[in-house]
Design a protein around this ligand. Structure first.
Ligand code: GLA
Length: 728
């Protein structure tokens, strides 16, 4: 899959349907990018480097224009590439120019781990990798660029390591992008996922203009506002047609992802750790590892990109034993009770839930310290015995006796100024000495980069989980990082705090899944502010949004599923009127929309209308019937309510084509409107299918080109599931 042409000094990375080609040019040994697109049989595209008659070593006078024009594989700052560069380092003397030349490379089976970071993985049979070593001899800096390709998938993983191999001086890395791609402009737009709390990951297209544009986070988390994903899309893009280059960052902290349209109408895409507030000291002998970016090229529309990310993340990123398993149907008490609960109340919910087919009770925020609202107690991870007399054990035993599993909520990274922990260790919060730190939700962030703080926090998590039979943890994170200062770092390392913080969180989640290998972990951040590929390395599912309104969820889940598998999207049926938008939707629709995710309930099952309650056993049975398909199948987006303003539809097809589940939600009923036919995608034309409900038989090509009739419901927000089974 990865080849090197010794004579021409060309590297070629082939995936199932794509080729990625670059080479070593000029006597200096620049790495020049040639091509990324549909698979090519040969590699003879080096003319795309535009070096012919233009070699910088021969035409010194033109070197600057060459560097600012040539498609560079990993451009660095200061020597004449005036576009958005990928790397910048500062010497002790204060200079920040670097120029790296090729030294050697290695092609090998399998894939390396990234030290302390989440990353895709694969066996020697599944992956092949390439390490390319570049050096700047003046700076004594070595960069090792790593690329990996995966059997059967159109995805390429990139990351890099930087080593200071000098013996005397430190170097400061001030910018380190994990990927860079130069392509000729084809009238591209950029596609990003923007949002806000309760409104995450909305699809947005922007026509590229000259200069730089993109998305970023400086919040210490991947964020509600902008997701670490960017794609270049061609003019005619749709689910089934057009070109797309998608980039997804396997990282949960500050990021930047941009597209720079230059003077010659060429586009450069870069993605990496946000360089703002980033300054990493590399002492002699030290190495820095940058997180991984996954790129996917599809010449057949967005759908293929989406399914490639889904397959890659399901097979090569998520490690949890739950990855290929049905998750227990849970009921979470947050929207049911907020902070106002006790053992008796939780047992009453559990008792009713057990009768209806729900399989796990999750106790949310408010069980510890003196936490009766969100103003205090984070950090005091001891049970509030006024609410839960006798501690966790009697409650958990009671829940287990009803036949339910038990799960718990924690927000380990935080400390409230009103907590015993803060009174004992005010210096444990991230802060700038002498400045009153900004509060958000009346809490501060623990400085987990300090060993004693990390140890204490880890022990709190560990001891809580060991204190009863806890089988699920919702790990929350409810505020962004501000007032960056660590009392544990010297002045010239303060610029490392954002990234060190992320490494400390990753280290704790690694410890967690190592110590509790069977725990079902769900990451969460004020809803979906940490819905990123980094988190999926530790948890097989992430809470998608605090907005569980069925209609809002159509948009949120469409955007999320553009990159992330359905099996990872935390989705629940919640109460009405909805707590985020006040909308009332049918209980069935709420269920059908939540079935596209992990599925569960977020309501007081003892208090909802009887008619709704009576639907729960059937919804649970539907979950059991279809979850294998939804979790493991191929997802196709058929219609988008965000685009058409009327209805939404998607389908999941089994990998072996044996069955299809179509979900249709008619958000707005049109008056005097008759028939709507929904066209399916991706079917093998030879196969007939039977609609399980109506018994009607359809040929696959009919399903794709003529479509299935969709009911025009009376009223808004109604939904329908159609199950099509292959006739063998
Ligand atoms: C965040 C989560 C919610 C809930 C609350 C508890 O907002 O996203 O689901 O757990 O915190 O405070």
């Amino acid at each position: 899959m990865i080849g090197f042409d010794k004579e021409k000094r060309i590297f070629k990375l082939d995936t199932e349907n794509t080729s990625y080609i670059f080479g070593v040019e000029d006597d200096f040994g620049y790495l020049i990018h040639y091509y990324y697109g549909p698979k090519l049989a040969g590699n003879d595209v080096s003319y795309l480097a535009r070096t012919e008659g233009n070699r910088p070593s021969e035409r010194l006078r033109e070197k600057c224009s060459f560097l600012d024009y040539a498609p560079m594989e990993y451009p660095t700052a200061g020597a004449g590439d005036f576009r958005e560069t990928a790397f910048e380092a500062e010497m002790e003397e204060g200079h920040n120019t670097s120029e790296f030349s090729y030294v050697n490379h290695k092609i090998y089976k399998g894939k390396k781990k990234l030290l302390g970071l989440p990353a895709t993985f694969g066996s020697e049979e599944e992956c092949e990798s390439l390490d390319i070593v570049l050096e700047d001899k003046l700076l004594n800096l070595r960069i090792t660029l790593t690329y990996s390709v995966f059997e059967g998938l159109d995805a390429i993983a990139r990351s890099l390591e930087v080593t200071n191999f000098g013996s005397e001086k430190s170097i400061y890395i001030t910018k380190i992008m994990s990927t860079c791609l130069d392509v000729d402009d084809d009238d591209y737009s950029i596609l990003t996922l923007h949002g806000s709390w309760a409104r995450e990951r909305r699809i947005e297209y922007r026509k590229l203009g000259h200069g730089n544009q993109g998305v970023s986070s400086l919040r210490g988390e991947s964020s509600h506002q902008e997701s670490p994903f960017i794609a270049l899309t061609s003019k005619n893009i749709s689910q089934t047609e057009g070109e797309v280059y998608g980039f997804s960052f396997v990282y949960s902290g500050n990021f930047t992802a941009g597209a720079y349209l230059d003077q010659f109408n060429k586009v450069r895409v870069t993605m990496g750790i946000n360089p703002y507030h980033f300054r990493w000291k590399l002492a002699p002998g030290e190495t820095f590892t940058a997180p991984e970016v996954i790129s996917v090229y599809s010449g057949t529309g967005l759908g293929h990109m989406t399914r490639t990310f889904h397959d890659l993340y399901r097979k090569h990123l998520i490690r949890s034993p739950y990855r290929n398993k049905k998750r227990p149907i849970l009921i979470n008490n947050w929207e049911a009770t907020y902070f106002n609960f006790n053992t008796e109340k939780l047992l009453a919910i559990a008792k009713e839930a057990a009768k209806l087919g729900i399989e796990m009770l999750v106790m949310d925020d408010g069980w510890f310290g003196k936490r009766n609202d969100d103003n205090s107690s984070l950090g005091d991870w001891f049970v509030n015995e006024e609410k839960l007399p006798g501690g966790l054990k009697p409650l958990v035993d009671g829940v287990n006796a009803l036949g339910l599993k038990f799960g718990i909520w924690m927000e380990p990274e935080m400390i409230c100024p009103d907590s015993d922990l803060y009174r004992a260790h005010p210096d444990w919060a991230i802060q700038v000495p002498g400045r009153t730190p900004t509060r958000s939700r009346n809490q501060l962030v623990l400085d987990l980069t300090r060993e004693e703080v990390w140890e204490h926090t880890w022990n709190s998590v560990k001891n809580t989980l060991k204190s009863a039979n806890i089988e699920y943890l919702k790990w929350d994170m409810n505020r962004q990082l501000t007032d960056l200062g660590s009392l544990g770092l010297p002045a010239d390392r303060q610029g490392e705090l954002f990234h060190r913080y992320m490494l400390a969180v990753y280290r704790m989640q690694e410890a967690l899944i190592t110590e509790f290998p069977n725990l079902l972990l769900e990451n969460c951040s004020g809803g979906g502010a940490r819905f990123d590929a980094g988190m999926l390395y530790y948890s097989p599912q992430i809470w998608t949004s605090d907005d569980a309104d069925a209609v809002e969820r159509l948009k949120i889940q469409e955007g999320t599923a553009l990159v992330f598998p359905l099996s990872t999207m935390g989705a629940h049926v919640s109460d009405c009127p909805n707590h985020a938008v006040g909308r009332v939707t049918p209980f069935k629709t709420r269920g059908d929309v939540a079935l596209a995710g992990t599925f569960g309930y977020e309501l007081d099952v003892t208090r909802i209308p009887e008619a709704d309650r009576n639907m729960i056993p059937e919804q649970c049975a539907t979950y059991h019937k279809y979850n294998d398909l939804v979790r493991e199948g191929d997802y196709y987006r058929l219609a988008s309510y965000s685009e058409n303003g009327l209805y939404d539809a998607w389908m999941v097809k089994a990998k072996d084509d044996s069955e299809i589940l179509v979900t249709y939600v008619n958000v707005t009923r049109l008056a005097n409107y008759k028939d709507r036919f929904l066209k399916l995608q991706g079917l093998d034309a030879g196969r007939p299918y039977r609609d399980e409900e109506t018994g009607r038989v359809y040929a696959a090509d009919v399903l794709m080109h003529a479509g299935i009739p969709m009911e025009q419901f009376w009223g808004d927000n109604n939904s329908k599931l159609v199950h099509l089974v292959e006739i063998k």
